[in-house]
Design a protein around this ligand. Structure first.
Ligand code: ADP
Ligand code: MG
Length: 322
């Protein structure tokens, strides 16, 4: 990494966004971002989630300087994008959603060209290292238009890294990417994060966000409707599920009445599913109740409500309000 960017900025945020608005065209009703304020902590893996058309790419493109904001403030690594455009651009590497590779250049030429564009001194060019890291060494001298979708995605990742930025922004990095490559890319991004790089990603794979991100913001119709740590978002849910497998198909009325003390119950053959509110019933009470019953339990598992359900609830609630 370029030494200069290893220095953590005075403020603890890699990115600060204040009252950001974006209208496309003349019509101010055509609002893509509506008073967005967001602080992204240095060193985090920050997930920006939202349905199609929510404004995720618009936000990312404003941060990276390819779309002009209508109003508001964006500070990247301590640099205001209006006053210090060059420094703010140098602080970020963006992997765009569209697979737009330079068709007539080879991957090697593309990376060399970009290193030059970012004023990286020739002795510090990382072309060979990045091609190797992205498994593209054997395609180094092929025309980029001959690359497959997965290879293009990897080339775009390499391109974003030529100047070793302290912030990497990934817009739907794993869309249309096969499972093996997805895992490889995540291994790489996680390693970068361990080295101190702040990672910001948009994704519609909610499971991916749940596993990877320490912070999550949800954007809907241009507005931020949730912004917190992944843990606090998940524990916000007031639903937990217990799946019980019994030895027999029959369950006595007495046991049914006992289980009712925990929550709602769905019984199918020898399977019992209990839905309960962990904010109202303690785990101890659940265990005590099961212990006191005469149930012949052969298997038991618990399940938290997934981020996907929380996401749907929050966006539906917001849609109902506007
Ligand atoms: P997301 O990335 O969350 O799917 P986008 O930022 O691409 O959302 O789009 C947000 C809104 O802005 C959508 O209504 C979209 O149609 C609109 N939009 C995006 N880009 C343009 C553009 N270049 N011109 C006009 N409208 C646009
Ligand atoms: Mg998008």
């Amino acid at each position: 990494m370029n030494e200069i960017y290893c220095i953590i900025p005075d403020n603890k945020f890699a990115l600060e966004i204040k009252n950001l608005n974006k209208f496309y065209g003349e019509n101010t009703k055509n609002i893509a971002l509506n008073n967005v304020s967001l602080n992204i902590p240095v060193g985090s893996i920050f997930g920006l989630l939202g349905p199609n058309g929510a404004g995720k790419s618009t936000l990312i493109n404003i941060i990276s300087g390819t779309v002009i904001k209508s109003s508001g403030k964006v500070i990247v690594w301590g640099y205001d994008i209006d006053k210090h455009r060059k420094q703010s651009k140098l602080a970020i590497g963006v992997v765009p959603q569209e697979l737009n590779v330079d068709a007539f250049f080879t991957p090697q030429e593309t990376l060399n060209l970009h290193s030059g564009m970012f004023s990286v001194p020739k002795k510090s060019w990382r072309t060979d290292e990045l091609l190797e890291l992205m498994d593209l060494s054997n395609k180094a001298k092929s025309y980029s238009r001959t690359l497959s979708g997965g290879m293009r995605r990897r080339l775009l990742v390499a391109k974003a890294m030529v100047h070793s930025p302290p912030i990497v922004i990934l817009d739907e990095p794993t869309a249309g990417v096969d499972v093996e490559l997805r895992q490889k890319l995540w291994k790489y991004f996680k390693k970068l994060n361990e080295q101190g790089v702040t990672i910001i990603l948009t994704t519609h794979y909610l499971e991916e966000a749940e596993n990877l991100c320490d912070h999550i913001a949800i954007i809907n119709k241009g507005q931020i409707i949730a912004n917190e740590t992944t843990n606090s978002l998940i524990t916000k849910s007031n639903k937990k599920i217990i799946n019980i497998t019994l030895n027999k198909n029959k369950i006595s009325t007495k046991d049914k009445n006992c289980l009712k003390n925990i929550g709602q119950m769905v019984i199918h053959k020898n399977k019992v599913q209990l839905h309960f509110n962990p904010n109202k019933i303690s785990t101890k009470k659940v265990i005590d109740t099961l212990y006191k019953s005469n149930l012949d339990i052969v298997d038991l598992s618990t399940k938290d409500v997934s981020l996907e359900e929380i996401f749907i609830n929050i966006t539906n609630e917001h849609n109902g309000k506007i």
